[in-house]
Design a protein around this ligand. Structure first.
Ligand SMILES: NC(=O)C1=CN([C@@H]2O[C@H](COP(=O)(O)OP(=O)(O)OC[C@H]3O[C@@H](n4cnc5c(N)ncnc54)[C@H](O)[C@@H]3O)[C@@H](O)[C@H]2O)C=CC1
Ligand SMILES: CC(=O)C(=O)O
Ligand SMILES: [Mg+2]
Length: 731
């Protein structure tokens, strides 16, 4: 696989197979229809919808015109941008060339994207096998995966060269001996989650326009306004249990990826199947393409999404409203998980729909639950009871949808422990210090200039050691913001009530200026300064800024008053983690608790001890929340159900484990933890009288179930990757 010519040579077997097929009469009949396609006479097809997309003879992929998409029930089954065949060839060649350069997502796994491709092809061919045989495939070492490329190159291309971009069912439909030899009985999720989920899924999204072969899921675009109610009927499955939807505006920590964000919905639903046992025929990944503000994608001729700026305001809401109405009309019992919406919309949409539909926002609510479980674990790891949680001092970096979700949930949990009244809520709020950074529109620039200068002066009056160079630099920068850009101001650091145009979501966590000043802090104090003064028990990052927990910040954390400071570097993917576990253990000390959003390896501390790296990711909760909601038949997803899920995860770890610094289970236990979380959600839905039952288990029957019976009920409803017996029946 060293260069393109080698790759093309390797695919010659594919061309040979095509020639062989051409000599057999059945193939020739099909060939005639191919000839008519070449000519300008129409070809009669007896298929519609996905059957066409899966037929290499008729499939044109992204080149189907809008009228053909309407005529053939294809609307919504393809990304919205119609491509010419020349563009398809260009896209294919660009992708082929890109493979010359090894894909990288950090030094840990240079072959990650290649593995993702292999898995994706298998997913397209054979779902059961995909979920079953993943284990060895993913644990292939470098040599074996190179070998795989060399000998089974057509699996990766999945495109016969004689008809570029038309995927071939015939060449890759069967499970090859390559996969056959790696047949294993149980999927090893620990190995495959990093490929189909974070971090590699991020890389896949970034390259999705190049990687796209067969469509998976549905696309609703701003162009489809007024059509969505009929479009949902283009999806072939009669029943859909779980939809994960994104508008691509904030994919992991990678920003606005537009239509390419559909990759994350596919990755999340893979976990629904693998962890929660949701039947893969009943999941639906959805992309709502309302444009993109990513300038690079707007200019990219090969981008598959709408090349216009994002819809905003009422127009945007109207599109999402129409989508929600359409899917709930066709599938009234579906559950919709909102994923990776920019915070501007995440909260508004959650408030808009949560009492009307079975929906939740994973980044806001799923992440909050996982963080609470981890924070309680960190208290236990200090050898203290969970009830001591309200005494923890917590510094949070990043007040976006995830950060605010965590802050709200943590504050409520503390308040409950303190007596669940107003004063408990007030005093809980004082345990948090929030640091954020935003670029804001500023209209009254002279006033801002004065405020900036004042804040710089305050800052240097408070600092004991004055760095002369930065003292000169800082006012100049402040002045530059105000004079050269006039309309923008970079607002950053500790949030206090002094902050201008503060986000309403962040307002409840703004520190009182007087209080801050008593602590030696001020509006806009840097993260390092906050950590130094507060000496927190926990430092939690949801900022999407890789390396934000710099050496200076980690050094400052050494002053923590905790016997066992905890660091949650939760941003994804790997390169966006606020720090690595190596940095954390080496700078702060061996005794810390460490968790990250994407997986890292444990750290050898060199003294016979291991620094445990926990994965603090919402994957431990969302599959169980979805499954529990489905099986309870709850009308909505209540705060109580989410809280029950979080508490279940927190209680899952044994005392022995938490004392070792293990606060989250290993991903290999995800199916078991998901079962327990789902059971907790079902139980809570019953207690809140929200459960309406599922299939033959009606609400009355549900209420009679004991704890063990609920768990058994959940387990019995989890799909397993076994081939069913197939029987043909005429329509
Ligand atoms: N581990 C997990 O389960 C989850 C992790 N995440 C990760 O969290 C990150 C943030 O996600 P969202 O909150 O949805 O995004 P967001 O864009 O809504 O929030 C990010 C926040 O960080 C702030 N920020 C930017 N630079 C900063 C700096 N230098 N210092 C302090 N704050 C800064 C931004 O102003 C913004 O408020 C992403 O990387 C995402 O992948 C999100 C959900 C779950
Ligand atoms: C894990 C997740 O949902 C995120 O990073 O956005
Ligand atoms: Mg997310």
């Amino acid at each position: 696989m060293s260069n393109v010519s080698n790759q093309i040579r390797a695919s010659s077997s594919l061309i040979k197979r095509f020639k062989q097929r051409m000599t057999n009469p059945a193939a020739l009949v099909q060939c005639r229809s191919f000839t008519t396609l070449e000519g300008h006479r129409p070809t009669i097809v007896h298929k519609r919808s996905l059957d066409i997309l899966h037929d290499p003879w008729f499939n044109k992929g992204t080149a189907f015109s809008m009228t053909e998409r309407d005529r053939l029930d294809l609307r919504g089954l393809l990304p919205p941008n119609v491509m010419s065949s020349e563009q398809q060839i260009q896209r294919f060649m660009a992708d082929l060339k890109r493979l010359q350069v090894q894909a990288r997502d950090g030094p840990s796994d240079p072959n990650a994207l290649a593995k993702w491709r292999i898995l994706n092809r298998l997913h397209d061919r054979n779902e059961t096998m995909y979920f079953k045989s993943i284990y060895l495939l993913c644990s292939l070492d470098y040599e074996s995966s190179m070998l795989a490329y060399k000998h089974k190159w057509h699996f990766l291309l999945s495109v016969p060269l004689w008809r570029p971009d038309y995927c071939s069912r015939h060449t890759d439909y069967e499970l090859s001996p390559f996969y056959g030899q790696f047949k294993v009985l149980i999927a090893n999720i620990e190995e495959y989650a990093p490929i189909v989920y974070t971090p590699t899924v991020g890389l896949a999204c970034q390259n999705y326009s190049g990687l796209f072969r067969r469509p998976r899921g549905m696309y609703f675009s701003a162009e489809d306004r007024g059509e969505m109610m009929s479009m949902v009927y283009n999806w072939p499955a009669e029943q859909v249990d779980m939809i994960v939807v994104t508008d691509g505006s904030r994919i992991l920590g990678l920003g606005d990826l537009g239509v390419q964000g559909i990759g994350i919905t596919i990755g999340k639903l893979d976990l629904y199947v693998a962890a929660a046992g949701i039947n893969p025929q009943r999941v639906l990944p959805v992309m709502i393409d309302v444009g993109t503000n990513n300038e690079k994608l707007l200019k990219d001729p090969l981008y598959l999404g709408l090349q216009e700026h994002r819809l905003d305001g009422d127009e945007y809401i109207a599109v999402i409203d129409e989508f929600m109405e359409a899917v709930f009309t066709r599938w009234p019992h579906v559950i919709v998980q909102f994923e990776d919406f920019q915070s501007k919309w995440a909260f508004k949409l959650l408030q808009r729909y949560r009492n009307a539909y079975r929906m939740f926002n994973d980044d806001v609510q799923g992440t909050a639950g996982v963080a609470i479980a981890g924070l309680l674990g960190a208290v236990r790891a200090q050898g203290r009871p969970m009830i001591d949680f309200p005494k923890q001092k917590i510094v949070v970096a990043g007040a976006g949808s995830a950060g605010i979700g965590v802050l709200n949930a943590a504050r409520k949990t503390m308040a409950r422990m303190l007596g669940n009244n107003e004063s408990a809520f007030e005093s809980a709020g004082r345990q948090f210090w929030v640091v954020d950074a935003k670029v804001r529109n500023v209209t009254y620039w002279p006033r801002i200039l004065i405020m900036n200068l004042l804040s710089v002066l305050t800052r240097y009056c408070k600092t004991t050691v004055i760095d002369l160079e930065s003292l000169v630099e800082a006012p100049r920068i402040s002045f530059a913001y105000c004079s050269s850009t006039l309309n923008f101001k970079n607002v950053h650091g500790l949030i206090t009530e002094q902050r201008e145009n503060i986000d309403p979501q962040a307002l409840p966590f703004a520190r009182k200026v007087k209080e801050a000043s008593h602590q030696g802090l001020w509006e806009g104090a840097s993260l390092a300064e906050v950590v130094r003064e507060v000496k927190p028990d926990v430092l939690l990052g949801l900022s999407a800024v890789g390396g934000l927990f710099s050496k200076e910040v980690l050094e400052a954390l050494k002053g923590s008053t905790s016997t066992r400071p905890a660091i949650f570097a939760m941003s994804n993917p790997t390169k966006n983690a606020e720090c690595t576990p190596e940095e954390a253990f080496s700078i702060v000390g061996d005794n810390i608790i460490f968790a990250s959003g994407s997986p890292f390896k444990d750290v050898d501390l060199g003294n016979g001890h291991i620094g445990h790296c926990n994965q603090g990711n919402n994957m431990y909760l969302f599959p169980g929340i979805g499954l529990g909601t489905l099986l309870s038949g709850s009308r909505i997803i209540s705060d109580g159900m989410l809280q029950a899920a979080a508490e279940c995860l927190a209680a899952y770890m044994t005392e022995e484990e938490v004392l070792k610094g293990i606060i989250y289970p290993s991903t290999s236990r995800i199916r078991d933890i998901t079962k327990e979380v789902a059971a907790a959600v079902v139980k809570e839905a019953i207690e809140e009288d929200l459960a309406e039952g599922y299939r033959e288990m009606d609400a009355r029957e549900l209420r009679k179930l004991s704890q063990e019976e609920i768990e058994e009920y959940v387990m019995n409803n989890m799909w397993s990757p076994d081939y069913p017996t197939l029987v043909y029946k005429k329509d």
